[in-house]
Design a protein around this ligand. Structure first.
Ligand SMILES: C[S@@+](CC[C@H](N)C(=O)[O-])C[C@H]1O[C@@H](n2cnc3c(N)ncnc32)[C@H](O)[C@@H]1O
Length: 333
C-alpha cells in the first residue's frame, strides 16, 4: 500500500508546541490543577477559584485537555493521573517548582539558531556564574523531585555495610539525605560548587542530618575527591559536560574510592542508536543555550567510561524508564 501523502499538521504542531509548555507552566503558577483537585470542574468554577477571566480559564483548559493534562466528561474537568499526583499543591509528590525549572532559559531557546552558530564552546555552562539566590531557586526545583529519586535509589541499591558516600554534584543533598534516613550509620559528603553547598546545608539541617552529611565545596572538573568513601553517586548532571570531562570525572572517582567501593551514575542517556528518548535529547540540546560542550551521552558511552576507568562488574539498570538510567561499577578490592 502506498504511504499516505504527508500533511503539514505534525510540523505545525511541533513548531507551536512551546504553547503547550507555556500552558503547563502557567497552570501550575496560577494553581489550576490544585483548584480542580479541590472540586472546581467547569470553566467558571476554575476561573473563580484562581481569580482569572472565564475566557482565559476556557482557553487555557482547552489547551490542557488537548495536551492530555485534563480529562473532560459532561463539561466538567478532572486532572489526569500524573497531574493529580505531582501537580496538586500540598500533596507529598508535589513538584510544581520542577515544572518551571527550565523557564529562565526560555528566551535563550528562542535564540537557539544563534547559539548553534557559536563555535567557541566552554567546558562549563551558566552554572559556573550562579549566585546563592540562583542556586536556591534551582535546588528548590531539583529537591522537589530529587528526594523521590533518592528514595528510589536507596530502595534499588543495597547500601548496607557501606560507610561513606560522596555525591558528586549532589545539589540539594537529596540522595545523601535519603541514604541517611534509610541507614542509621551511613555518612555522606555532598560535593558541589560553593554557592550550592550553602543551599545543601539548609536541606540537610532541615532533615536533622548535619552530623552525618556534610556539604563540601568542590568543582568536580578540577578539584580532588575525598579518599575515604566506599560509594560514589553522580546524578542528573551527565549532559552538562562533554565526553572527555565525564570520562575523567568517572576515572577520578574510581581512583579516589576505597578498594571494593561502588560508583553509581544516574543520568539522562540516549539509546545506542542516538535516536531518543526525548528527555536526554532535550537536556543535551539544552546545553547549546549555555554555549557549553555538554551533550546527551548514550548508554554505551557511559558503560565505556566506566570500563576504561577500571571498574569491574559494570552494568546498566533502568532507573526511571524513559528518563534516567543507572550505570554502576565496582572498584577492585
Ligand atoms: C540537576 S542538578 C542535580 C543535583 C543532584 N545530583 C540531584 O540529582 O538532585 C546538577 C548538579 O550538578 C552540579 N554541578 C554541575 N557542575 C559541577 C561542577 N563542575 N562541580 C560541582 N558540581 C557541579 C550543579 O551545581 C548541580 O547541583
Amino acid at each position: 500500500m502506498a504511504e499516505p501523502t504527508p500533511t503539514t499538521v505534525r510540523l505545525q504542531n511541533i513548531a507551536q508546541s512551546y504553547g503547550q509548555s507555556a500552558a503547563l507552566m502557567a497552570a501550575v503558577e496560577i494553581g489550576v490543577f490544585t483548584a480542580i483537585s479541590n472540586g472546581a470542574g467547569t470553566y467558571e468554577e476554575v476561573a473563580k477559584a484562581v481569580d482569572i477571566h472565564p475566557t482565559n480559564a476556557e482557553r487555557l483548559m482547552v489547551m490542557l485537555c488537548a495536551a492530555g493534562l485534563l480529562e473532560q466528561a459532561d463539561g466538567r474537568h478532572r486532572n489526569a493521573a500524573d497531574v493529580e499526583r505531582f501537580l496538586v499543591e500540598g500533596k507529598p509528590g508535589y513538584m510544581g517548582s520542577w515544572i518551571s525549572f527550565t523557564k529562565p532559559q526560555w528566551t535563550q531557546w528562542g535564540r537557539l539558531a544563534e547559539h548553534l552558530r557559536i563555535k567557541d564552546l566552554k567546558v562549563m555552562g551558566s552554572i559556573e556564574t550562579f549566585t546563592v539566590a540562583d542556586a536556591r531557586r534551582y535546588h528548590a526545583a531539583t529537591y522537589s523531585i530529587g528526594l523521590g529519586a533518592g528514595r528510589r535509589f536507596v530502595r534499588q541499591v543495597d547500601l548496607s555495610g557501606r560507610k561513606r558516600i560522596m555525591d558528586i554534584g549532589g545539589g540539594s543533598g537529596a540522595y545523601c539525605i535519603a541514604a541517611a534516613k534509610e541507614h542509621p550509620t551511613i555518612r555522606g559528603v555532598v560535593l558541589d560548587l560553593p554557592v550550592v553547598c550553602e543551599v545543601a546545608r539548609d536541606f540537610i539541617a532541615e532533615h536533622g542530618f548535619a552530623d552525618r552529611v556534610e556539604a563540601r565545596p568542590c568543582n568536580f572538573t578540577r578539584d580532588p575527591f575525598p579518599a575515604d568513601c566506599d560509594v560514589a553517586i553522580m546524578a542528573s548532571n551527565l549532559p552538562m559536560y562533554g565526553r572527555d570531562m565525564i570520562a575523567s570525572v568517572i576515572r577520578k572517582a574510581h581512583d579516589a574510592l576505597l578498594p571494593g567501593g561502588q560508583m553509581h551514575l544516574i543520568g539522562e542517556m540516549t539509546n545506542d542508536q542516538r535516536t531518543g528518548p526525548w528527555g536526554p535529547a532535550y537536556w543535551g540540546l539544552g546545553q547549546a543555550v549555555s554555549d557549553s560542550l555538554g551533550l546527551a551521552h548514550s548508554e554505551a558511552d557511559v558503560l565505556g567510561y566506566f570500563r576504561t576507568a577500571g571498574y569491574l562488574d559494570v552494568g546498566l539498570h533502568d532507573f526511571i524508564p524513559g528518563s534516567l538510567s543507572r550505570v554502576t561499577g565496582t572498584k577492585a578490592k
